[in-house]
Design a protein around this ligand. Structure first.
Ligand code: 6R9
Length: 556
């Protein structure tokens, strides 16, 4: 589509408001960390806020092609800022903390918030951002600050106790969102861009190797996210769609912001976590908004043994999930037991489960069933949506690794000339994603005692390398020598002597990113007793690492 002119923001907002007459339709139901905090934003309100934000960025000197770093929680301002960048042709880079260093060193503006409550825990985003800026001696980076809702009088929300930590503030470069947004107009002409102009850079999840800045461009990505959203979720005008991902993950970019808005969809934007204020929060939200299409990650639906609450703790009634029509999963292999639970208990055998396999690099789904059209197999991402092997490019494919075209070519196109290489393994005609082939053996919990296991290598004086296994036991199981012997025996018998782990360590929890991916790098370093684990800020639960170190095995 090179040479064609378009604008992403125009397509997802102006077109819907003006041509499709959807101005009054709700674009997002925002649901805060606390169930008392919520609001609805229509398409025309969204357009107004995005134009204001675009004007603010322009006043701060941001121009077409400039890069803007965004470090915000799951609040509407995050969407406003992304779309504002898209409107003026700036390239957004959303950071989920670890990568913040890399990002701020390349962006002239950072949009962040004072902080956010994740469950009961207050996270002081501004302070984390300031520390990153300081590290890079970035004196010229401006920080636009969004104050969290609990302090905005315009939104009538119940008061929350103000955290003890004060928000750091430097009047020389920090500006306040509310102040600047009030001073600009609600009109802003979109910048007409070339189809192949960059839209955003996103650093891939750090589960493997050094993060890469994946670059996506305007028109192909718009087409691909729009079409895949429409077909994979069988989008209908009366849908209320909810993707629980963080927008800082590609899943949020493609299937919270761009895909749903391009289709004029109504979505839930959720700030909270699944277990706050209780373990039934997901189902409570589905009931509250009558969600029809639900898209989440296996780790959140019981891939690991954990019982999500299906009954309302206050009323003791089962949550009403009768609005659901399609269930989706993404991010890691879903084990057949979890798939069946999702299908039978959550979907009440009515709702097709779309297991969507894709990557930051692919921009959108590449392997997935189509709901009600493809026979399903529990645990399989089934087959390629449009193609059988990745022999030719598709509109949503990444265009380069930002600043490193050579790495782009070597990583994806050299290993198997003539094809795109995802780096994931598969089993039969249906695709059973077996995990990353580069560095991981994932033995999912077939043994009754084991909820989850991960295996990494560790140097061995005789064999060169040996296997070091972390196991998370199901509730009430005790980790002891006889269990270790039993597990080794099982592996030896079921898989073979060569697969028998030399070390088996108890792991009450595995280190995971917020999208549920096991951070193998961290496990490898624990197995090797390397104390400096580097940046752990993408870890969902930072305590995990300490616990694992304290229980490491010295001897086999
Ligand atoms: C969308 C996203 C990509 C890696 C990918 C693969 C794993 C994603 C999966 C899946 C099995 C699925 N993955 N979806 N594995 N079944 N349905 O997750 O992008 O963060 O770039 O990760 O995630 O290993 O290569 P990203």
């Amino acid at each position: 589509m090179e040479g064609a002119k378009t604008n992403m923001c125009y397509n997802v907002l102006d077109r819907n408001v003006k041509d499709e007459n959807l101005g009054e339709r709700v674009a997002f139901y925002w649901e805060g960390n606390s169930p008392d905090h919520h609001m609805a934003i229509t398409y025309s309100q969204l357009l107004g806020q995005v134009c204001r934000c675009a004007n603010v960025l322009k006043h701060m000197g941001v121009r077409k092609g400039d890069r803007v770093a965004i470090y915000l929680p799951m609040i509407p301002e995050l969407v406003y800022t992304m779309l504002a960048c898209a409107r003026i042709g700036a390239v957004h880079s959303i950071v989920v903390s670890a990568e913040i260093d890399i990002m701020v060193s390349q962006c002239s503006i950072l949009v962040t918030a004072d902080g956010v409550y994740r469950g009961e825990k207050w996270i002081n985003l501004k302070q984390i951002a300031d520390e990153a800026l300081e590290k890079y001696e970035h004196t010229h980076t401006c920080c636009v600050l969004v104050l969290h809702y609990r302090r905005q009088p315009s939104v009538n929300l119940s008061p929350v106790v103000f955290p003890v930590v004060q928000t750091p503030w430097d009047a020389a470069c920090d500006v306040c969102w509310d102040e600047v947004m009030g001073q600009v107009s609600e009109q802003c002409e979109p910048e007409w861009l070339d189809a192949e102009d960059p839209l955003f850079i996103l650093y891939t999840s750090e589960s493997t190797g050094k993060p890469k800045g994946v670059l996506h461009t305007v028109a192909g990505y718009l087409l691909y996210t729009s079409l895949t959203f429409k077909y994979v979720f069988d989008h209908q005008p009366d849908d209320v769609y909810w993707c629980t991902a963080d927008i800082g993950w590609i899943t949020g970019h493609s299937y919270i912001t761009y895909g749903p808005l391009a289709n004029g969809g109504t979505s839930v934007l959720f700030e909270g976590i699944p277990v706050h204020p209780h373990a039934g929060r997901f189902w409570e939200v589905i009931e509250k908004y009558r969600v029809t299409k639900f898209y989440t990650a296996p780790t959140l639906i019981g891939n690991v043994e954990r019982t999500p609450l299906l009954t309302n703790p206050v009323t003791s009634c089962r949550y009403d999930l009768s609005s659901l029509r399609i269930l989706g999963t993404v991010g890691e292999p879903i084990n057949p037991e979890a798939w069946l639970w999702y299908y039978e208990v959550v979907g009440q055998k009515r709702c097709p489960v779309v297991d969507t396999f894709w990557q930051t690099e692919t921009g959108g789904h590449v392997l997935t069933p189509l709901p009600a059209a493809t026979p399903l197999k529990p645990g399989s991402a089934v087959r390629s949506m449009w193609l059988q092997v990745f022999r030719r490019p598709w509109p949503g494919i990444m265009r380069t690794v930002y600043g490193n075209q050579e790495r782009f070519e070597n990583t994806y196109f050299k290993k198997c000339p003539g094809f795109y290489v995802t780096g994931d393994g598969r089993i039969d005609g249906y695709y059973w994603i077996t995990g990353r082939i580069d560095d991981m053996i994932n033995v999912s919990g077939h043994l009754l005692t084991v909820a989850e296991a991960a295996v990494v290598s560790r140097p061995h004086t005789v064999k060169g390398e040996c296997l070091y296994c972390f196991v998370t036991l199901k509730d009430c199981r005790e980790f002891n020598r006889s269990l270790v012997d039993e597990l080794k025996r099982q592996v030896r018998e079921k898989i073979g002597p060569i697969a028998t782990p030399d070390f088996i360590q108890n792991a009450p929890g595995l280190p995971k990113t917020r999208s549920g991916k096991i951070m193998r790098r961290v496990l490898r370093q624990i197995a090797r007793n390397e104390k400096d684990l580097g940046d752990l800020s993408t870890l969902a639960d930072p305590k995990v690492e300490e616990v694992l170190f304290s229980q490491r095995c010295e001897t086999a």
